[in-house]
Write a protein of this length. Structure first.
Length: 147
């Protein structure tokens, strides 16, 4: 029997980072995404965000690729939101996304970070947050990322 832990912190945003995800309906979006993740055999450990982006902490099933999981989440949720009047200003997700592995000993810190997104963004702009995420993951942020 294979035992795999593959924790990923995933972030994706709306096209042009527009603030179009209504705060009153974010929980419905999160539930929708959670069901899609569960359908793949992966485990959602935490979801959160604000009106222009979503953070996920996912334990990826050993048979699922990260790219396929993100493609499925973004594709299915985009179609659902475009057909739901509550998300009338949503035009789609940005093409790119951010993902970084998370060591098991840092899992709870990432969960708390995602849980506190509303408070966090009262003090830190998304561009600043994204720059820090890329820096911590030792990745280069380009002007095309997350647009």
């Amino acid at each position: 029997m294979s035992n795999v832990t593959a924790l990923y912190h995933i972030v994706f945003c709306t096209k042009a980072r527009e603030m179009v995800l209504p705060p009153d309906h974010l929980e419905d979006l999160y539930r929708f995404i959670w069901r899609k993740i569960e359908d793949t055999g992966c485990k959602l450990l935490r979801i959160g965000g604000i009106q222009n982006h979503v953070h996920l902490l996912v334990d990826l099933h050993q048979t699922v690729s990260l790219a396929k999981l993100v493609q499925d989440i973004k594709g299915h949720s985009s179609g659902w939101m475009k057909s739901d009047i509550r998300f009338r200003y949503f035009t789609g997700w940005a093409k790119e996304y951010f993902a970084s592995t998370v060591s098991p000993e840092h899992k709870y810190a990432v969960i708390e970070y995602i849980k506190n997104q509303k408070t966090h963004h009262n003090q830190v702009a998304f561009d600043e947050e994204l720059t820090e995420l890329y820096h911590r993951a030792d990745q280069q942020l380009t002007s095309y990322d997350m647009r």
